[in-house]
Design a protein around this ligand. Sequence first.
Ligand SMILES: [Zn+2]
Length: 58
Amino acid sequence: MTSKKDMDRVCGMWIETSEAKFISYYNGQTYYFCASECKDKFDQNPAFYMKGFEGRNP
Ligand SMILES: [Zn+2]
């Protein structure tokens, strides 16, 4: 089984992409969120959240 995880850029939680319910698209990339609140925050200011997580990939 392969599972792919991506980070919720707003709260830092790891999201299983296949189970993600809150998804946003920005700059040709797909982003996953744990809750609508996180998605809303990202949608309002995506550049802010992109900046904070640069270079933080495992
Ligand atoms: Zn979140």
